[in-house]
Design a protein around this ligand. Structure first.
Ligand code: ITT
Length: 208
């Protein structure tokens, strides 16, 4: 299908400014066969960042998706995601991007978490990535679903792929960290891959 015969609802905004997420979302949604034109939020630099006032991944994902859908008049998908560590009762959780105090400083966030867990032995280093994937339409229609990736935390980072806490999360059944997987391997098992593949039927239903 060529772009000339696509209707106005076939452009989908990816409501995130995190470049690691944008790369993953593009390949997850394209591999799932969505015909929509996927445009990152960076294409709309004048739209202010959304305050993430929610206390769950789902609430924050919906806030981001609704804000961009309202501002652009186009359907928007967003994710809110993070790392939940068992021994920290689920923290950093929704605070994952700003755990060290500076939003989006992946290295500082990871270093702080490793220091906090320095004395914790491998049997107690269980953690999971969580992702809420949300779709919002300009008329206020919304859908949200979640996906998880369970694993354990290494004592030292390994690998250069992915982003965020990928160098320390070793998925269950794997000998490598997420940062040592190929992009396709990570997308096949990841919290974000699972959540957005589960969202695709809703995108098809609502947008055609
Ligand atoms: P947007 O709000 O613009 O989407 P953000 O980075 O602020 O970007 P979040 O609030 O959802 O996004 O925070 C997600 C953080 O959780 C991210 O910065 C990483 O530290 C961590 N994270 C989420 N998914 C991850 C993944 O697949 N691999 C590694 N770390 C991840």
């Amino acid at each position: 299908m060529g772009p000339g015969i696509l209707g106005p609802m076939t452009r989908l905004i990816l409501a995130t400014r995190n470049t690691g997420k944008i790369t993953e979302l593009r390949s997850i949604l394209t591999d799932a066969g969505l015909p929509h034109e996927l445009v990152g939020a960076d294409a709309y630099p004048d739209i202010p960042d959304v305050r993430e006032t929610g206390v769950t991944f789902a609430e924050n994902a919906l806030l981001k998706a609704h804000a961009l859908a309202r501002a652009t008049g186009l359907p928007a998908v967003a994710d809110d995601s993070g790392l939940c560590v068992d021994v920290l009762n689920g923290a950093p959780g929704i605070f994952s991007a700003r755990w060290s105090g500076t939003h989006g400083d992946d290295k500082a966030n990871l270093d702080l978490l490793l220091a906090q867990l320095a004395d914790i032995e491998p049997p107690h280093r269980a953690a999971h990535f969580a992702c809420a994937a949300a779709l919002a339409l300009p008329d206020g229609t919304e859908r949200v679903v979640e996906g998880h990736l369970k694993g354990t935390l290494r004592h030292t980072p390994s690998g250069t792929g992915g982003f965020g806490y990928d160098p320390i999360l070793q998925p269950e059944g794997e000998t490598r960290t997420c940062a040592e997987l190929t992009a396709a391997e990570k997308n096949a098992i990841s919290h974000r891959g699972k959540a957005f593949r589960a969202l695709v039927p809703a995108v098809r239903d609502l947008l055609g």
